[in-house]
Design a protein around this ligand. Structure first.
Ligand SMILES: [Zn+2]
Length: 71
């Protein structure tokens, strides 16, 4: 046990190898930019999925059987 070797990881955003150490305050991202990009894409994707399928079902309304909606 002589020297602590920092853990090596990859930035989840750009796959750049970084050290899991104080040298990378934004770890596991290589930079704040990658962190924001990744979080932003994740949020956008989640929003898209949550929004689209539900509204597509509600708004399409052309059920070929004609029995789709009961009022
Ligand atoms: Zn990165």
């Amino acid at each position: 046990m002589t020297s602590k070797k920092p853990l090596e990881i990859q930035c989840p955003c750009c796959r750049k190898p970084i050290e899991y150490s104080e040298a990378y305050p934004q770890r596991p991202f290589c930079s704040e930019r990658c962190k924001l990009i990744d979080l932003g894409e994740w949020a956008e994707e989640k929003h898209k999925i949550a929004g689209s399928s539900v509204y597509d079902d509600l708004l399409s309304g052309d059920d070929p059987s004609g029995n789709g909606f009961h009022h």
